[in-house]
Write a protein that binds this ligand. Structure first.
Ligand SMILES: Nc1ncnc2c1ncn2[C@@H]1O[C@H](COP(=O)(O)OP(=O)(O)OP(=O)(O)O)[C@@H](O)[C@H]1O
Length: 954
């Protein structure tokens, strides 16, 4: 908390100067001034505890505004410090009755039944058994089987067969057989922790099947007959409300014999909660409960002993001071597991809190950890850190990584891509322009009494700075989302609001972009998820979707917990729904929404993990199409600052979890100027776009469309990869030449064909190697550059082989150039038309052609050009190898780019987007820098730090 206070305070001086400057330079309308003052008046009366029934103010209306404001303020606070509030079923009407009128799309969705009722549980098991028996015997009449039965049959395993792990864990074979290798490793790891009576964190990236690994492990435990519980004892799984029923359906699907009951008013149990707790405890069942629920029922739950306590989306206890964090740490069992795809979100204090739950004492006391670990690591992360601070941070981060590694298992999607074969994901940050009205209101509010009071150093107003800041920041965010969210607050007379015009998309820059995107995507056959932080904004978006007759489903806190899973299923299974609309907090965590392949994150959260979680709903196991994510930000506004802060947090988290050498690229000063509006510069570049110029998506230059410049590191990586491939190809050629000497053929075409075939399908040379993902010795294709070069050296025909290879590649390249020649002529003409005209319409039309496939050659031409330029300067011939080997992949990628490029060109043509950045490149920017000079001293400091936390915890 001190962190943000300091940060916010540091903005004051600068922001004051800027506001004054803006005031002189940019006049604002009377409407804007009046609205700003009205809002300021309400804000000062509501937010800071001075009562809201001022003269002339309708008390009911003030109450609504107060509610709306306090919710927004809390939600801002939630973002960083308090577990999010998605637990309760909220009613939008309580927040804003006017907006509630647009919620016309309530769905009648079926509830999923849990096993709260013992009789229902018995019936379910019997039904499953009977269906399985029928399906596996001659009685089966060929009718369609339910998915849970089909999956058992697909595994080709006898339903009663078990797979035995070392030391006796017996996982049902039908589950084991369907697990990916890395998931099996996860189950083994959980079993190892169990045997040493330790807790741990399963921190795989989102969508890699953490739920399944836990279920498989618990299923295995339930089959063993060991330990004080004689297998699996009564256990508790705590999860966010939205995913609680997802757990039920996953258990019923993957491991039907376990009894799982939801301890929530939506659960199927009859009688009071105490009866259910007793019942489940006695039958060694699993209690599924929300984070709010565990607080509510803590006394009754804690009066009994539990075998396992598992926290899904366990980062919810990242704040050690919250009630729920303190409470879950009190359960007395060594078997505490924490599941999360975002282990560290904002700061190191959070990591401490998570470990304090599952491995108390491992990171020392809170104070010792903060002093000896968190502070030096954070300090060394700033761009203005001294060399010594940097080196110290690096050493301590390394030490921390070593300490936590045994208790944390984290695999990323790229590490296991070989197994899961996920389609590609393309993620861009679109900097949208404010509309004139938004800009006017934004500037007006910057000059309001509220903002002035924040900037008043002497604090004449005597109100807490932080509260005022949060209210003001959330007001600015409302203007960025839609002017009506702001004007509604200022409105004295609610009757005067024109419902037809309220929330019109043309009045918001970001909604204009959404409008374009959805129209294009509908034509292209894509389906989209739209996430917003704010429920009010969701209502505006909903109204827009209705006005355009777009079919959609909506999920926010007002949807019953028991219905959320069915709503998700309905969307995934029915392609007729174009959009799934959800608040980031309710729909952005833990759920599977693979029915969509396009994601819009409408407004950014202070916490990058919240946005990351949301966008990962579509890009996960089960997704078959390429996923594109657009994060929308209003250029020059508070949203851009939020994005910059997100980048900083990413660096911090990567330093511990990925690469301790990572260096921050943002100075503290680039995070300043919250209360400011910066017009994008004459090139349309925003502040962030200028900072990360090399990741910018360039759609303005017709000759270099969408050519994303790679940073040096990327080029180096590609070069090494290309070298490996070249070495491999050379060695293949050698073995081929040796084998083929007898079958010499004179026909050059035949010879070429053979060479080409060889390159396309090289024989697999296999060597055993430790596979990091599967943790055991596996056989993988031979692609180590050193070994390849060894082979080359063994054969003394190196030059001959290299020349041979070059010759093959040259022929290959010539052939491709010929293919493209005729169409290229046409492209040349099109390009000249394009370059002669500066008219936007022409550019757009050209792009449409491109999308329709008629200008496919433009791409070919560009590919050809790029290939030449890279091969000449960097890795001669090698890009061509890549192209030969991965031709299909390249085409798929091009098709994907065509889609996305078309969309971007449309957005730029309409000037609704100012700039676009490649998000992954921004995040992966930090380069490894080796600093040996101060290493020893820093290492000593790290050793001292370890000693300090060891002694701190007695
Ligand atoms: N071995 C598997 N076979 C088939 N489907 C799988 C397998 N493993 C995972 N899945 C599917 O992948 C999807 C993601 O799994 P799951 O929800 O468990 O991921 P997660 O890691 O818990 O994600 P998050 O961190 O977002 O909660 C689910 O739809 C699940 O059914």
């Amino acid at each position: 908390m001190g962190d943000i206070n300091k940060y916010l305070e540091s903005q004051l001086a600068l922001a004051k100067q800027r506001v004054n400057k803006n005031h002189n330079k940019n006049g604002v309308s009377e409407k804007s001034k009046t609205a700003a003052e009205l809002i300021s008046k309400k804000q000062s009366s509501v937010s800071f505890g001075k009562g809201c029934s001022k003269a002339g103010q309708n008390s009911k209306e003030a109450g609504i505004v107060q509610k709306s404001q306090s919710i927004t303020a809390v939600s801002d606070e939630d973002s960083e410090y308090i577990p999010s509030g998605d637990e309760e079923e909220l009613h939008i009407a309580e927040i804003n009755p006017f907006l509630a009128s647009s919620s016309r799309s309530r769905q009648n969705v079926k509830k999923i039944a849990d096993d709260g009722d013992a009789q229902m549980y018995d019936d379910r098991i019997k039904q499953w058994r009977d269906a399985l028996t029928i399906a596996t015997t001659s009685k089966y009449d060929g009718s369609i089987l339910t998915a849970d039965i089909q999956y058992v049959l697909d595994s080709n395993a006898n339903p009663d067969e078990k797979h035995e792990l070392q030391n006796g864990l017996l996982v049902p074979n039908f589950i084991w057989k369907q697990l990916y290798k890395f998931q099996r490793t996860g189950v083994k790891w959980l079993w190892e922790l169990h045997q040493v009576q330790a807790g741990g964190m399963l921190g795989d990236e989102m969508g890699l099947g953490k739920t399944i690994q836990i279920i498989a492990f618990l299923a295995g435990l339930s089959n063993t007959d060991m330990g004080s519980w004689g297998g699996l004892g009564p256990s508790i799984i705590v999860a966010p409300a939205t995913v609680i029923y997802q757990w039920v359906s996953h258990f019923h699907f993957w491991c039907p014999h376990l009894r799982v009951a939801v301890l929530h008013h939506s659960g199927s149990h009859a009688g009071n909660h105490n009866k259910l707790i007793r019942d489940l405890h006695d039958s060694h069942g699993i209690v599924l409960i929300t984070y709010a629920g565990i607080v509510k029922y803590s006394k009754d739950l804690m009066s009994r002993k539990w075998h396992y306590i598992i926290l899904d989306e366990g980062h919810k206890i990242r704040n050690p001071d919250t009630q729920v964090s303190k409470l879950v740490k009190k359960f007395e069992t060594p078997h505490k597991l924490l599941i999360t795809g975002s282990p560290m979100q904002n700061n190191l204090q959070e990591l401490w809190s998570l470990f304090d739950f599952m491995r108390p004492g491992l990171l020392g006391t809170y104070n010792a950890f903060m002093e000896h670990f968190a502070q030096p690591i954070t300090q060394g992360g700033y761009a203005n850190a001294t060399e010594f601070q940097e080196a110290t941070a690096m050493e301590i981060a390394k030490a921390l990584k070593i300490i936590i590694t045994p208790y944390m298992l984290r695999r990323t999607k790229s590490e296991v891509q070989e197994h899961i074969k996920l389609p590609e994901k393309n993620e861009q940050v679109l900097f949208c322009a404010l509309t004139r009205e938004q800009r006017d209101l934004y500037m007006g509010y910057l000059m309001s009494t509220t903002v002035r009071s924040i900037l008043d150093k002497e604090n004449k107003y005597g109100e807490p700075l932080r509260a005022r800041m949060l209210v003001a920041l959330s007001t600015l965010r409302k203007i960025c989302n839609h002017p009506d969210l702001y004007l509604y607050e200022a409105q004295e007379d609610l009757e005067a609001i024109d419902e037809e015009k309220f929330g019109h998309w043309k009045r918001s820059g970001k909604m204009t972009v959404v409008n374009s995107l959805l129209k294009i995507w509908q034509k292209q056959g894509h389906r989209a998820l739209i996430f917003s932080q704010s429920r009010a904004m969701l209502c505006v978006l909903e109204q827009y979707l209705q006005s355009q007759n777009f079919k959609y489903l909506k999920m926010d806190g007002s949807v019953l917990v028991s219905q959320r899973q069915s709503l998700i299923k309905t969307f995934n299974e029915n392609a007729e729904y174009l959009v799934f609309l959800s608040t980031t907090r309710v729909g952005g965590l833990g759920v599977n929404l693979t029915g969509a392949d396009r994601v819009i994150v409408y407004d950014p959260d202070w916490n990058p993990a919240t946005d990351d979680q949301a966008k990962e709903r579509a890009w996960r196991i089960g997704q078959e199409r390429t996923v594109t994510v657009y994060r929308l930000l209003c250029a020059g506004t508070i949203e851009e600052k939020i994005y910059q802060r997100q980048i900083f947090k990413h660096f911090l988290s990567n330093k511990i979890l990925v690469d301790p050498n990572q260096k921050n690229v943002l100075t503290t000063s680039t995070l300043q100027g919250l209360f400011n509006y910066e017009e994008p510069n004459c090139e349309g570049d925003t502040e962030t776009a200028s900072l990360f110029k090399h990741t910018k998506v360039n759609v303005n230059d017709p000759n270099k469309n969408y050519d994303i410049k790679l940073n040096e590191r990327e080029i180096k990586r590609k070069k090494i990869e290309a070298m490996k491939r070249m070495a491999k190809a050379i060695s293949m050629k050698i073995s081929k030449v040796v084998n083929d000497t007898k079958q010499d053929t004179k026909d050059p075409r035949e010879e070429y064909k053979k060479k080409r075939e060889l390159l396309l399908n090289p024989p697999q040379m296999q060597v055993p190697e430790i596979n990091m993902v599967d943790d055991k010795i596996t056989v993988i294709p031979f692609d180590s550059i050193m070994s390849e070069l060894d082979i080359i050296n063994k054969h003394s025909k190196k030059d001959y082989e290299e020349n041979l290879l070059k010759e093959v590649l040259k022929t290959q390249e010539e052939e491709e150039v010929e293919d493209g020649e005729i169409i290229d002529e046409q492209t040349e003409k099109n390009n000249s038309v394009k370059s002669e005209s500066v008219d936007e319409e022409v550019r757009v039309t050209a792009s449409v052609k491109n999308y329709d496939g008629k200008q496919l050659a433009t791409k070919k031409k560009k590919t050809k050009k790029r290939r030449h330029s890279v091969s000449e300067t960097e890795v001669e011939n090698l890009v061509a190898i890549k192209k030969v080997k991965r031709k299909k992949h390249k085409e798929e990628k091009d098709a994907r780019h065509n889609d996305d490029d078309y969309v971007l060109s449309k957005l730029f043509a309409k000037s609704s987007v100012k700039s676009a950045l490649q998000h992954d490149e921004v995040i992966g920017l930090a380069e490894k820098e080796k600093r040996h000079k101060l290493k020893e001293e820093a290492a000593k400091k790290a050793r001292d730090a370890i000693r300090a936390i060891k002694f701190s915890y007695k």
